[in-house]
Design a protein around this ligand. Structure first.
Ligand code: CP
Ligand code: NVA
Length: 308
């Protein structure tokens, strides 16, 4: 079974082929109406379940549109409305859904839910975000970087802010695609060191630099994300804001990166918290290309999972 669970559990060759396929599928759609089907229909006759235990705009719409462009059909399911949300085991849910659908994408809280879904499903399972990782986002981000600047290998990526699930997938990608990664944030919000150590073991230079100005020196890409993720308690909001304010990505901070550095944010953003609107709408920003590329990258991921 070919699941797409994380970037570190997918081989570098397979990741590369998915990025290349995403780029060529994007080129093939140039100038076409968004609802128009692709010339080839590799998902014809396929039914895809999209399960959401958390809110989503990009993941939900990009997967749904991507399946339809490739000739397949989708059903979007809210975890709370399923028996899954009322005590049916994940294993039973996985076995039942596998009798109806050809592919499952799930956005969930605990990583264990994703892993159990994958263990008991007899169809491929895709990680649409857990509390720990967000691999589909980083596939789109690698595609976006390469469209603007060529290969990401050997480049310096700097993360400012919370060491969260999106950072973790960047760390996985650093190891698999061979780029360097600097984390800049306050110690209480450090990432899990396992992500850092795994990337280092694969040969990436991964540093923790507390001073954000020093961190972005020589950066080819500066990335941030919301200061309070969906799984974080809202009661932590004020404390996190106080801890993270020095790590805001603003024009002053961007002026210390390379002059042609890119700026990324997976969205949704809290404008003028983690990044200013001047940066988000400024010349370094590629945030809407990232959002668009969710569509193309995930189409490539789905084709890889299904072998079509
Ligand atoms: N970036 C991202 O995953 O956005 P959504 O939460 O809107 O899906
Ligand atoms: N870190 C954010 C990413 C949202 C796409 C969250 O988990 O809420």
């Amino acid at each position: 079974m070919t699941h797409f669970l994380d970037i570190n559990t997918t081989s570098p060759d397979d990741l590369r082929s998915m990025i290349d396929s995403a780029k060529s599928m994007k080129a093939a759609r140039n100038g076409r109406p968004k609802g128009a089907p692709d010339d080839d229909q590799p998902l014809a006759g396929h039914m895809v379940a999209l399960i959401f235990e958390k809110p989503s705009t990009r993941t939900r719409v990009s997967f749904d549109v991507g399946v339809r462009q490739m000739g397949g059909q989708t059903m979007v399911l809210s975890g709370a409305d399923m028996q899954l949300g009322h005590g049916e085991t994940i294993a039973d849910t996985a076995r039942v859904l596998s009798r109806y659908v050809d592919l499952i994408m799930i956005r969930t809280f605990e990583e264990q839910t994703l892993l159990e879904m994958a263990e008991y499903a007899s169809v491929p399972v895709i990680n649409g975000l857990t509390n720990r990782t967000h691999p589909c986002q980083i596939m789109a981000d690698i595609q976006t970087f390469e469209e603007h600047r060529g290969s990401i290998k050997g480049k310096k990526v700097v993360w400012c802010g919370d060491g969260n699930n999106v950072f973790a997938s960047f760390a996985h990608a650093a190891g698999q695609f061979g780029f360097d990664l600097t984390f800049s944030g306050p110690p209480p919000l450090d990432p899990e060191m396992v992500f850092v150590e795994e990337a280092r073991a694969k040969g990436s230079k991964v540093e923790i630099v507390r001073d954000p100005v020093a961190a972005v020196d020589g950066a080819d890409l500066v990335v941030t994300d919301t200061w309070v993720s969906m799984h974080d308690p809202q009661s932590a909001r004020e404390r996190r804001h106080n801890q993270l304010r020095p790590y805001q990505v603003n024009e002053e901070l961007m002026s210390h990166a390379k002059p042609d550095a890119l700026f990324m944010h997976c969205l949704p953003a809290h404008r003028d918290d983690e990044a200013t609107s001047a940066v988000m709408d400024g010349p370094h920003s590629v945030i809407f290309d990232e959002a668009e590329n969710r569509l193309h990258a995930q189409k490539a991921v789905m084709r890889w999972c299904l072998g079509v």
